[in-house]
Design a protein around this ligand. Structure first.
Ligand code: M6R
Length: 597
């Protein structure tokens, strides 16, 4: 979604700003803009990708040592130059960039227009610039505070005034981080935008305002009370947010999975599971897992794991549904929120709803310092490293692994039983994933045979039904091919009508529970001339009788097969999208972290 970068210091701001918003490209956007202050405020903005806009408008050559920049993902008003940020007030003294949604903008806009302000865009954001103008009496910070007290909704904001050597940033529901260095200060909506300049970050909380000067930062709340924030050192480094030798971030991240999984498990496996979570979790009598998208698929697998291993009744809900359905929360419920970014608006709202209703809460999050990570009472970080590709890959396998460790942990604490066998098998997964990745050329060949089809069906049973859903989602997201996931046994209740020679069907068909029944489903597809791609256990040669293509994966415990089976499905989706010549890392209409509800 939208991205913000700000810089004030002794260097030229524009190259830093343009480079920063480029680092945020992965989040998805439709237009771009930069404001630099050099006596006057100069603004350049346009619809399109940063490189193209920069080639025409030379954004990075603008002169001045303080400025703000933005990538916009349209919500209010079509993608157009006039709707792109930064927005100015009537006088041209103030410029702002904004992420989030101003819910009461219609009434504010009307009031401002009646007072004589001229609006230059269709956006909700522009009213902030005019409110600052209205309240400005020689102090930008005070004017921003007064403006923010008028608005309802969410904001990550950066504002400049042409006569004040500062940038004022603010946050409510949309992240802002401040990066500090000796001779310059940075601001961004995502630390990866400024990571190459500094690892020392100050994370704003909701309803906080930061006033940043060339080498100083003051943070206050909306009530004008100073807050001592302290800096946090970020653990990611630059190499992790660059593509290296890989064609796309998604491919790099798929190949990082042996390492990311090791990092998720590091220091946590042994004679018992070590998770730094509060002992209050041990009273939990019911777990409710909430998440969206791929993280929701991880939650579905988590339900199998928690019920099978820890024997605790577990429910799963979309975070977007949970918060609106008046959920009945009991005292001994534990609500587990799962999110790669830790910023997904629906999941954050679900977390807040759960807390309001008195549940204990635990976050399973990748991004350290993210809002959900900070607001959940307890947490398990994934440590999968930064995930830049919009399609989630390594975060998913780490989420499943973390949920498995949580299940083993609860089994130990509630029933006094240690699952050494499962822990041993967990520690072999990185090596097994490595051997699947070595099969990449075969998977690429299969992609070459099927990439022209318009519809795919993904089928799996039990704990591998969510894997089918995840395989279908990956294909949809990056290749724009219609794909559906179903429990294999459900095929006969409807989807079978779709099967013909133009319908590739991907079966997750490991040996183990339900295997024979899955073979029967494959027979049914075969009889209707469907094309079959089967994920099968190493050594299973019989399956070739039914499948047109077989991808073998190493054997593991039934309950751990989802981690292994997901890898070939990620690769299949990747190669199909790449063969179609699509922008794999930035699929149309999608954003990396969905910060609107
Ligand atoms: O950051 P989160 O895990 O909360 O994100 C949830 C979904 O938006 C996300 O998984 C989305 O479905 C991805 N594009 C999947 O690849």
């Amino acid at each position: 979604m939208c991205g913000i970068v700000g810089y004030i210091g002794s260097h030229q701001a524009a190259p830093i700003l343009v480079n920063g918003i480029k680092r945020l490209e992965y989040r998805g956007y439709d237009s771009v803009g930069v404001a630099v202050v050099n006596g006057e405020i100069e603004i350049k903005k346009e619809v399109g990708m940063i490189d193209k806009v920069n080639a025409v408008h030379c954004l990075d050559k603008m002169e001045g040592t303080r400025g703000i920049a933005h990538t916009r993902w349209a919500t209010h008003g079509e993608p157009s130059k006039r709707n792109a940020h930064p927005h100015m007030d009537c006088t041209g003294d103030v410029a702002i960039v904004h992420n989030g949604i101003i819910e009461n903008y219609v009434s504010i806009r009307k009031m401002l227009q009646e007072e004589g302000h001229a609006m230059a865009s269709d956006t909700d954001s522009e009213v902030i610039a005019h409110l600052i103008e209205k309240f400005y009496e020689g102090n930008l910070e005070t004017a921003v505070r007064k403006a923010l007290l008028q608005i309802q909704g969410t904001y990550g904001l950066a504002a400049v005034h042409k006569r004040e050597n500062k940038i004022v940033v603010a946050r409510n529901g949309s992240p802002i981080v401040i990066g500090v260095k000796e001779n310059g200060t940075f601001a961004a909506s995502d630390a990866s935008a400024i990571l190459e300049h500094t690892k020392k970050m100050i994370y704003l909380d909701d309803r906080e305002i930061g006033v940043i000067g060339p080498g100083a930062v003051v943070v206050k709340n909306l009530e004008d009370k100073k807050i001592d924030k302290g800096t946090q050192e970020i653990e990611w480094d630059l190499a992790q947010i660059e593509k290296g030798e890989f064609k796309h971030f998604m491919l790099k991240e798929i190949f990082e999975q042996p390492e990311s999984l090791k990092n998720t498990m590091r220091g946590r496996l042994g004679n018992e599971i070590k998770l730094s979570i509060n002992s209050r979790i041990e009273d939990s009598e019911r777990l409710i897992l909430v998440a969206g998208g791929t993280s929701w698929h991880a939650a579905l697998i988590g339900r199998y794991l928690l019920e099978e291993i820890a024997k605790i009744p577990t429910e799963v809900d979309y975070s977007s549904e949970f918060r609106y359905r008046n959920p009945l929360i009991r005292e001994k419920d534990l609500v587990v929120v799962i999110s790669q970014s830790g910023e997904t608006a629906d999941t954050l709202a679900a977390l807040r709803e759960a807390k309001k209703r008195g549940a204990k809460t635990l976050g399973i999050i990748n991004v350290v310092g993210s809002t959900i990570a900070r607001e959940a009472e307890m947490g398990v970080y994934l440590h999968a490293g930064p995930e830049i590709g919009v399609a989630s890959t390594k975060a998913f396998t780490s989420q499943v692994t973390a949920l498995c460790m949580l299940a083993v942990y609860l089994k130990e604490r509630k029933r006094g039983e240690t699952d050494i066998k499962l822990m041993r098998e967990l520690s072999t997964l990185p090596e097994k994933i490595d051997s699947v990745l070595k099969n990449k050329d075969k998977i690429k060949d299969i992609a070459g045979s099927v990439f022209k089809h318009n519809n795919f069906l993904y089928l799996g049973r039990g704990i591998n039904f969510p894997v089918a859903l995840e395989g279908a989602l990956k294909l949809k997201e990056i290749s724009y091919i219609h794909a559906e996931g179903y429990p294999a046994a459900e095929m006969k209740h409807g989807p079978i009508a779709l099967i013909d020679e133009n319908m590739p069907v991907v079966f997750v068909a490991n040996k183990g529970k339900g295997y024979e029944k899955t073979l029967s489903n494959m027979e049914e597809v075969k009889a209707r001339h469907g094309k079959i791609i089967a994920i099968a256990t190493e050594g299973d040669e019989d399956i070739k009788r039914l499948a047109d293509w077989v991808i073998h994966v190493p054997e593991t415990l039934d309950i751990l097969t989802p981690v292994i089976n997901t890898i070939p499905l990620q690769l299949l989706a990747y190669y199909i999208a790449d063969m179609k010549g699509l922008d794999v890392d930035k699929p149309r209409n999608l954003a990396k972290s969905v910060t609107v509800e």
